[in-house]
Design a protein around this ligand. Structure first.
Ligand code: NAI
Length: 292
């Protein structure tokens, strides 16, 4: 099994930054790339804050935290990722955009490198088809937030080799994760089950059955979920939820997966959830009334 010394992470949003942090804390050097330089700056800040929270809770020593921060380097272009043994892609959930990236990476990284995708729902087999190394392409689906959530869902494409699978399984275990393994069908295991529930919560709101608060309270207290489905949708990102529903609808061919019009409308309006300060709920600070 190949030894992993350097990891490239592409996409430094909420998932990519968390994955970079996990790798660095595990003693692996990281190249972090994003097409948006502001996202990279924001990622470094959020990684530093997150590591500090782990240190202050006694879950990480200051020495490991400082070492981890020193292992993360920002790459302003993809070519800087050429020394990576594994690339983990965490860019926008679009098959067209991901395929273009996989095709570009295939020409840049070393022949032995594995290309892993953190996609929530897109076919690994189709991403692999954009490369000349389909045996070395695999799904490595972290949960949000990656440094905290215990699960990694590994998805084998049609041609993923046993060696690639073993290397990525060992890497997930080095990160302290429990793995589950899915075949390459739309939504895999977790989102195949989770997203229709979130979509149904939107339909419940859309058709006026209940308020957003009652829908979330119902699922938290009624089924022991730590977050209600609408709160969770805001946390995941409504754009990500919509993309996944579209993949489920197209890939599984059943109208029960059609995205709720209210979810579509929120995304059209730029109400993407916590990351934009507004989604189903409003997270923007309401200015205090001026005291005269
Ligand atoms: P995000 O919107 O927070 O971050 C995506 C980042 O990718 C942005 O910083 C953007 O500038 C960058 N980007 C877009 N196109 C790029 C390109 N061609 N090259 C380089 N950078 C590019 O999104 P998030 O939530 O981190 O999701 C990323 C991936 O992870 C998606 O595939 C999503 O389905 C998956 N995922 C998301 C989860 C969630 O809860 N948000 C959970 C598990 C997986």
């Amino acid at each position: 099994m190949a030894e992993i010394k350097v990891i490239g992470v592409v996409g430094s949003g909420q998932m990519g930054s968390g994955i970079a942090q996990l790798a660095a804390v595990s003693g692996i050097d990281v190249w972090l790339h994003d097409s948006d330089s502001l996202a990279l700056t924001g990622a470094l800040k959020s990684i530093s804050n997150s590591i500090q929270r782990f240190v202050s809770k006694g879950l990480l020593s200051q020495a490991v935290g400082t070492d981890a921060l020193g292992r993360i380097r920002c790459a302003s272009n993809l070519e800087e990722l050429r020394s990576a043994d594994v690339i983990i892609e965490a860019i926008v959930e679009s098959e067209v955009v991901k395929k273009k990236l996989f095709s570009d990476l295939d020409k840049i990284v070393k022949v032995s490198a594995i290309l892993a995708s953190n996609t929530s729902s897109i076919s690994i087999t189709r991403l692999a088809s954009a490369t000349s190394r389909p045996t070395q392409v695999i799904g490595m689906h972290f949960m949000n937030p990656p440094p905290i959530m215990k699960l990694v869902e590994i998805v084998r494409g049609a041609d993923t080799s046993d060696e690639t699978f073993s290397t990525i399984k060992a890497l997930a275990e080095r990160f302290g994760k429990t793995i589950i393994c899915s075949q390459d069908y739309s939504g895999f295991i977790v989102n195949r089950i989770l997203m229709p529930m979130i979509n149904e919560a939107f339909f419940t709101l859309y058709t006026g059955v209940a308020t957003k608060e009652d829908i979330d309270t119902g699922m938290k207290l009624g089924t022991n979920h730590p977050m209600g489905p609408l709160e969770l949708a805001d946390f995941i990102g409504l754009d990500v939820c919509l993309s996944i529903m579209k993949v489920l609808h197209a890939g599984l061919g059943d109208s029960k997966y059609a995205p709720c019009p209210l979810l579509v409308q929120y995304v059209d309006a730029g109400r993407l959830g916590r990351k934009r300060g507004i989604g189903v709920y409003n997270y923007r600070k309401i200015p205090q009334a001026v005291k005269l």
